[in-house]
Design a protein around this ligand. Structure first.
Ligand SMILES: C[S@@+](CC[C@H](N)C(=O)[O-])C[C@H]1O[C@@H](n2cnc3c(N)ncnc32)[C@H](O)[C@@H]1O
Length: 257
């Protein structure tokens, strides 16, 4: 053993993470990371769909550019990540979809990107629970840890004062308890990111497939990370073509033309 190698080992002894990584034990070392964000993808373990690169699903998408508005105004625990919002924005830009529906507005950061990357005459309808939400009105009995009701005062705050607000139509209802036929469908694109309980995702998916135009696109968030979402999407993949986008928690489905 030469002096350099011995020196390296001694240095690594003071840095247990580096020692584990150099010993090929990366997965033991990762939980010791100083940055919790790097651990997240390690926990994306659910779902059976093959993970595919976006450019395999949408050839030519790699040549496009997107606009990200309020790029870093996102909540690490609730919002989609930058990689994911770049993917969603790229799909919107590439496919030029005009009639868009989103379940789960929250602060409206995703809504903003849908508006910023769609054609000028596109319409974005975005849904969240009513401002005076009362759990007694919930359509599907949901375990406490799945209720996922965000601060009612923050719904849509990010897009309200922007030049994109005119393209956005905010509606308030429980996705499983509203009259979908009153929505301005059929939609070209639907983004599902509301309640993540299996029964809700299943119901949102059924309703979304009924509200899409033939050839329309549906995108689910949290595929691979949340077991219930992954189960509902995997079941739907027996009916329509769905791909999981690598490096993200997005699954993209296509209604037959
Ligand atoms: C995960 S957040 C959406 C985050 C958003 N896509 C973003 O990137 O900022 C989910 C939102 O769905 C709403 N929500 C939960 N259950 C719902 C339901 N049954 N119907 C409509 N919206 C619902 C919540 O209030 C919350 O604001």
């Amino acid at each position: 053993m030469n002096g350099v190698t011995l020196g390296k080992i001694i240095r690594n002894l003071r840095e247990p993470r580096k020692l584990l990584i150099s010993a090929g034990l990366r997965f033991v070392a990762l939980p010791m990371s100083r940055d919790a964000a790097v651990l997240k993808p390690v926990g994306w373990v659910y779902g059976t769909l093959k993970r595919v690169e976006l450019k395999e699903i949408f050839p030519g998408i790699e040549e496009g550019s997107v606009k990200l508005v309020r790029t870093y105004d996102r909540d690490e625990h609730t919002s989609v990540t930058l990689t994911e919002i770049a993917a969603v924005s790229s799909i919107i830009k590439h496919t030029k979809v005009k009639n868009i529906f989103e379940i789960g507005t929250y602060q409206g950061n995703t809504t903003l990107q849908l508006a910023a990357n769609s054609p000028g005459d596109a319409r974005i309808t975005t849904l969240d629970l009513p401002s005076k939400w009362n759990e007694d009105k919930r359509a599907i009995t949901t375990p406490e840890n799945f209720k996922n009701v965000t601060d009612r005062m923050t719904i849509g705050v990010q897009y309200k004062e922007t030049s994109y607000a005119g393209k956005i139509n905010q509606i308030f209802a429980d996705s499983a308890n509203m009259n979908w036929s009153e929505l301005p469908g059929p939609f070209d694109f639907i983004f599902i990111d509301g309640c993540h309980y299996y029964e809700y995702v299943k119901k949102d998916t059924e309703n979304a497939l009924g509200a899409l135009r033939p050839g329309g696109i549906v995108v689910w968030h949290d595929y691979g990370m949340i077991k219930d979402v992954s189960r509902a999407v995997d079941e739907t993949s027996k009916k329509i073509q769905i791909y999981a986008i690598s490096g993200t928690r997005l699954a993209v489905g296509f209604l037959k033309k």
